[in-house]
Design a protein around this ligand. Sequence first.
Ligand code: SF4
Length: 346
Amino acid sequence: MTRAPDAKDGALLEVRELRKYFPVRGGILNRAVGWVQAVDDVDFDVLPGEVLGIVGESGCGKSTTARLLMHLIRADAGRIAFDGEAVRPDDAAGLRELRRRMQMVFQDSYSSLNPRLPIEDTIMFGPKVHGVSAAEARERARELFSLVGLDPAQFIRRYPHELSGGQRQRVNIARALALEPRLLILDEAVSALDKSVEAQVLNLLLTLRRELGLTYIFISHDLNVVQYMSDRVLVMYLGKVVEIGPTAEIYERMQHPYTEALLSAMPSMDPDRRTETPPLVGDPPNPIDPPPGCRFHTRCRFAESVCSRAEPRLGPAAGQDAANGAGHLVACHMRVAGSGHSQAPA
Ligand code: SF4
């Protein structure tokens, strides 16, 4: 496996050159008449015990990336390794084991649960499929209920429609933990919750991470929540990684003009956080026919002629903090260190 620009020794998850294009069908023969470039040559690593936040506008490829990592959809190209072992999409036993060690929590807490099953049965299902006896699976379900803050005596025989959104998401977290995974992918897992419930679930996730030694990939459109949760942040635009680095670096010394515009639109009560940077204008370009060169050049106020000709590669960011900025990478001709164009953000 080739080494990614942000490659880390001892990574729990390694993703290399991951690609997924979806066909756009048309005509009377329903043939592919175009391709939506949802995820295009994505590279990153996730370290054991860290929270990697993934942000970007709707349609940037973050949820498709999550589904590719779980092998819920098949990648067109690229390699994924978990705990040093490459995962082959045609290895059914390997995929089964991978899904035990890597679980996902989705945004819609209701449709993630079977409405006809008491939630205890839903949580017992995974362990039983993996050969755990019914008695042991029931015992584990009760422990998991307590772990996620639900009283087993009160909740365990209830059906999903008898729970609030926050309670259902706690059940989904318990179900995800039932097979004792090492990594959880949380795809907009708190986005549908009220703010007060959201805070409780976020704190529960941080407690579980600490107590169980979990690793998270935390996907959200809410930049405040990502900042609160994440050790590192990865920014995606139109299927590409445009910036990645430690959370403080990204939020305080962001280098990519897209990250800058995204963060400038972030709501804040702090007057020091107000910025002169204009927010993003216009819609993202059509992912069926993305702009050549840098995909952001049609919306970028710093674009020069090179930007529409050559695609920028991820490289060390110019102006990163010497003490804390290691691993801060950016894909921008003007902001990558040593490019000869490097200029500080306005
Ligand atoms: Fe803007 Fe050019 Fe950098 Fe792309 S490469 S973000 S167009 S300055």
